[in-house]
Ligand binder design. Structure first.
Ligand SMILES: Nc1ncnc2c1ncn2[C@@H]1O[C@H](COP(=O)(O)OP(=O)(O)OP(=O)(O)O)[C@@H](O)[C@H]1O
Ligand SMILES: [Mg+2]
Length: 261
């Protein structure tokens, strides 16, 4: 079960300490269907994290709006329906791995044995078996991001927002996590938005790749990814996968030409 996201003529401006205003994002409009997985590709500083923050209900737009099933995202956020993984792991160092995963539930009420079991199952599914009682500083960055992903999934969110969650990982680890992530997303029909700089990751994860321009980020083009919903490592050995990679690379190149021209 997911939610439909509508981004409608969204812009965000920041006021700098100098007093100047900077146009960080947009105007940008896009729609993400219920249960759809979309990857956002765009140059550094074009406003991707900014858009994710607005979509998560953590930042107000300067103009335009984001709606989640017709509501302001702050409402589903308060109901625990949005899971977010940020660019850097944001775990509480004084809490164990298990307690970090349980945190969103503790904030909202009591945690019973069933929910604790669910958290442990989630940690096992994401490759952290045996580390439930460890502390974040005893984990590698990749393991911390796994923990952050488990925390984002613990409330079975309708919407999952991922901001380059695997950027600091080596290729092998990244690939494993990409498939772990797919396995977590598939049965739930969660609506997901993945920000990434990595074309392979974008194609592997998504039903659609959206390409953004330089700051202030606008939608330049999109590529549909026609690889089916369920994907396993064999997809990486298929010609169709590489056809999509080429399509996205071309779209990126043309978008740069378009912006430059
Ligand atoms: N809190 C802030 N105050 C002022 N300017 C900001 C703030 N956050 C971001 N910016 C500016 O807004 C623009 C977009 O930033 P954002 O972090 O959304 O980019 P991004 O696309 O996520 O980049 P990256 O790929 O490097 O993570 C940048 O020019 C950045 O300097
Ligand atoms: Mg960012």
């Amino acid at each position: 079960m997911g939610a439909r996201i509508v981004v409608d003529e969204l812009t965000v401006r920041y006021r700098l300490k100098s007093g100047d205003l900077i146009n960080a994002l947009g105007p940008i409009s896009l729609e993400v269907e219920n249960g759809e997985r979309v990857a956002l590709l765009g140059p550094s500083g074009c406003g991707k994290t900014t858009m994710l923050k607005v979509t998560a209900g953590l930042l107000r737009p300067s103009s335009g709006r984001v709606l989640m099933d017709g509501e302001d995202p702050s409402l589903p956020r308060r109901r625990g329906e949005i899971g977010v993984v940020f660019q850097k792991p944001t775990l509480l160092p004084w809490r164990s791995v298990l307690e970090n995963v349980l945190l969103p539930l503790r904030i909202r009420g009591d945690v019973d044995g069933r929910l604790e079991r669910m958290a442990i199952d989630l940690l096992h599914a994401i490759g952290l078996k045996g580390f439930e009682r460890s502390y974040p500083n005893e984990l590698s960055i990749g393991m911390q991001q796994r923990c952050a992903l488990a925390r984002a999934m613990i409330q079975s969110p309708k919407v999952l927002l991922l901001d380059e969650p695997f950027a600091s990982l080596d290729e092998m680890n990244r690939e494993t996590l990409n498939f772990d992530l797919l396995r977590l997303c598939e049965p739930n029909g969660v609506t997901a938005l993945l920000i990434t700089h990595n074309v392979y990751e974008a194609v592997l994860f998504s039903d659609r790749v959206i390409v953004l321009s330089e700051r202030p980020g606008r939608k330049v083009t999109e590529v549909r990814v026609d690889l089916g919903k369920e994907r396993d490592p064999r997809v990486l050995e298929s010609e169709r996968f590489y056809e999509h990679i080429i399509r996205v690379r071309k779209a990126l190149r043309l978008s740069r030409l378009e912006v430059a021209g």
